[in-house]
Design a protein around this ligand. Structure first.
Ligand code: DOR
Length: 444
């Protein structure tokens, strides 16, 4: 018997994407959670959100962002980064440990959680970065409140985190239980080939320096050690056609992330148009890789889409290559860019939801998120699939103040963001106060 107690929020008149598909139903929310699906229009509620003409999706979880606090707040901080997230329809983020100091101790993790309290607009969890020094401690620390798990940089990128050799990587993998997120580029090969970048002094050389073999070699090493230790791994921002069959052979252990930028941009055009603003690690590569990544989205090999939001200022990105840092902002543009791909039929809306909500929830054992279902957190990304917009730098909240997609016309736009039953974004503006909380995980 359904209780007659009024709902706190009634989401009325929309098309709701539930595990059963897209349904024209109302959603009743109580105490921050989905209390009932398919309730009548007249159900009593303290607040009614009229979403006629809109789609109500499970909240988008961006499981790879870099928000730069502490230490690099001139590029981004937890307030600006999470504000960009909710403006872009993202309801939860997992933040990476290459800040300053690195998040590589329980104290540094606690510091990030304290900084996020009252300043984060969306729900959040933080990765612990693996190092030689903490490799044997991570198994104890990875279950701490607010921890998304362990992140390994096999190749150096922004910051100093690095696990270069197999012995340390083996210790990291042997020492815990949760899925380990890995940046798979082979450091030894990066060092051997650095002269290519220095001699060419052109960002178009970035995929030549950090070439296919750099990524494939690291992924092969990682999968061998994952097999040996029985540890589950998540290969972040996969970029090459060559890695895909290796990953397909390891589905019992390995999961796969791709980014919107690797699905949208391609060399050489991106470097001609954007120069070092298209530079990231691992690099944007030629079209054959982008096509292969799309096939991997279509055939189910890709588990999640994460933005790898990696803000750097225009001034930093304008330095001569290869002194300019790698990375581009993306947390705010993930939803519109991917909905534009949905609009032209490159993936279905259900697959989008699978990759941005159900996927991260399944991989990381997130408690109470990832689907619109009774008892789950009332996190909704409410979108207008027919809105025609142009992505513009002026819309971007990131302190970095730019987007590689400036001027890109898109069809489909985030109109409202609801987190645990509270509207935090409506029509392009934040609503209320930042009330983001740590994400909860099952079994930790
Ligand atoms: O391009 C990148 N930028 N790749 C990474 O792995 C790190 C990121 C950053 O933090 O700037």
């Amino acid at each position: 018997m359904q209780t007659t107690e009024p709902f706190d929020l009634l989401v009325r008149g929309g098309t709701v994407v539930t595990p059963a598909g897209a349904e024209a139903i109302n959603v009743g929310v109580r105490h921050g959670r989905v209390a009932a699906l398919g309730v009548p229009d007249t159900a009593p509620a303290a607040e009614v959100l009229d979403v006629r003409g809109l789609h109500v999706l499970p909240g988008v979880i961006d499981s790879q962002v870099h928000f730069r606090e502490p230490g690099l707040e001139h590029k981004e901080d937890l307030e600006s980064g999470t504000r960009g997230a909710v403006l872009g329809g993202v309801t939860a983020v997992f933040e990476m440990p290459n800040t300053s100091p690195n998040t590589d101790t329980p104290e540094a993790l606690a510091d990030k959680l304290a900084r996020a309290r009252g300043r984060a607009w969306c729900d959040h969890a933080f990765f612990l970065g693996a190092t030689d020094a903490n490799a044997d401690r991570l198994g104890d620390w990875e279950t701490l409140h607010g921890c998304a798990g362990v992140k390994v940089f096999m190749g150096s990128s922004t910051g100093s985190l690095l696990v270069e050799d197999d012995d340390v990587l083996r210790r990291v993998l042997a020492g815990g239980r949760r899925r380990v997120a890995v940046h798979a580029e082979d450091e030894a090969r990066l060092r051997e080939r650095k002269a290519i970048a220095e001699e060419k002094a052109d960002p178009a050389a970035h995929p030549e320096w950090r070439d296919v073999e750099t990524a494939a070699r690291a992924t092969r090493r990682l999968l061998t050690l994952a097999r040996e230790t029985g540890r589950r791994v998540h290969v972040l921002h996969v970029t090459t056609e060559e890695e895909l069959p290796l990953l397909a052979e390891a589905r019992d252990l390995a999961s796969v992330e791709v980014t919107p930028q690797h699905l949208t941009l391609a060399a050489p055009d991106c470097y001609e148009g954007l120069g070092s603003f298209a530079q990231m690690n691992p690099p944007i590569r030629e079209g054959r890789h982008r096509d292969a990544l799309w096939r991997a989205v279509a055939d189910g090999l890709v588990d999640v889409i994460g933005s790898d939001h990696a803000p750097h200022t225009r001034e930093e990105k304008s330095r001569p290559y290869p002194q300019c840092p790698s990375g581009m902002p993306g947390v705010q543009t993930l939803v519109p860019v991917m909905l534009a791909h949905v609009h032209v039929g490159r993936l279905s809306l259900r697959r989008f939801v699978d990759l941005t909500s159900a996927g991260p929830a399944r991989l990381y054992n997130i408690a109470g998120k990832g689907r619109i279902a009774r008892g789950y957190d009332a996190d909704f990304t409410i979108v207008d699939l027919n809105a025609e917009r142009t992505i513009d730098t002026a819309w971007i909240a990131s302190k970095s103040g730019w987007t590689p997609y400036h001027g890109m016309p898109v069809s489909g736009w985030p109109m409202m963001t609801v987190i645990r039953g509270r509207v935090v974004m409506r029509d392009g503006a934040t609503v209320g106060e930042p009330l983001g909380e740590p994400v909860r995980f099952q079994g930790v």
